[in-house]
Design a protein around this ligand. Structure first.
Ligand SMILES: Nc1nc2c(c(=O)[nH]1)N(C=O)[C@@H](CNc1ccc(C(=O)N[C@@H](CCC(=O)O)C(=O)O)cc1)CN2
Ligand SMILES: Nc1ncnc2c1ncn2[C@@H]1O[C@H](COP(=O)(O)OP(=O)(O)OP(=O)(O)O)[C@@H](O)[C@H]1O
Length: 201
């Protein structure tokens, strides 16, 4: 059995091995995926993220969201009362400052009161599998932020959709009890939906 931490660092190294040109090319293809574009139609308030550490380039998709008049938010690291994320409005003219991991965050913009105000959350990941399991950077930020979705009848509920390179897809990842499963994942090659909520009509 390969240790989770070893797996995470190997998968991160695999992701980082892609060139910035490949990450951008993949990001352009991602922004053309019909399954993803379909979900965007019914979403108005959308969380995205700025890429880091070899992640697929979200620039083309964010440009498309702005073009379509969507309200785009970016994650803001919060450490109290526990590690979680808030979401700050991101517009083309928003000032950004790097957070403690060097990822730019909006400053001085409106912050959502609750993640349930999002219609759709586009989620970064290190690895995913065909059941919607996700391995992230290991901070538990996304899991804690969306843990409330696991309560029966939790509402309102944003759709959770991972963005990734195809090379981040693995056959079977171990599921941890606190993991919040993804509804879908979009890559440069396909849109994978893991339940009816993320299905094209
Ligand atoms: N682009 C992007 N933004 C994101 C995430 C992400 O995965 N990708 N996150 C997803 O949750 C949150 C940030 N989580 C992170 C957790 C750990 C590390 C990281 O690099 N950890 C270093 C140790 C750094 C240190 O302690 O100073 C490491 O593991 O090597 C980065 C981001 C919010 N924003
Ligand atoms: N809902 C939760 N409540 C309490 N602790 C949690 C919760 N979710 C995750 N954790 C803790 O956070 C730690 C990191 O979790 P995990 O390795 O699944 O993070 P990750 O999904 O890879 O990270 P990230 O979401 O930041 O990308 C674990 O040790 C776990 O115990």
């Amino acid at each position: 059995m390969i240790l989770p931490r070893t797996f995470r660092s190997q998968a991160r190294a695999h992701r980082r091995a892609l060139s910035p040109e490949a990450a951008l090319r993949h990001g352009e293809s991602l922004a053309l995926q019909p399954g993803l574009l379909h979900l965007l139609e019914s979403a108005r308030t959308i969380a995205a993220y700025l890429p880091s550490d070899g992640e697929i380039d979200t620039g083309p998709l964010i440009a498309l969201l702005w073009e379509r008049g969507k309200h785009v938010f970016l994650p803001l690291l919060r450490f109290a009362p526990h590690k979680h994320l808030a979401f700050g409005l991101y517009r083309p003219d928003t000032a950004l400052l790097p957070n403690q991991y060097g990822i730019p965050e909006p400053v001085g913009t409106p912050v959502l009161d609750h993640p349930g105000q999002l219609d759709l959350a586009l989620v970064p990941l290190v690895a995913f599998d065909s059941q919607g399991h996700r391995i992230g950077m290991g901070g538990g930020f996304y899991d804690r932020t969306f843990a409330y979705l696991k309560a029966p009848g939790a509402a309102p509920a944003p759709l959770l959709v991972g963005l990734a390179h195809e090379c981040q897809r693995y056959p079977n990842l171990p599921a941890e009890p606190w993991d919040v499963p993804l509804d879908g994942v979009a890559t440069e090659r396909a849109f994978y939906s893991f339940n009816d909520k993320a299905n094209a009509p």
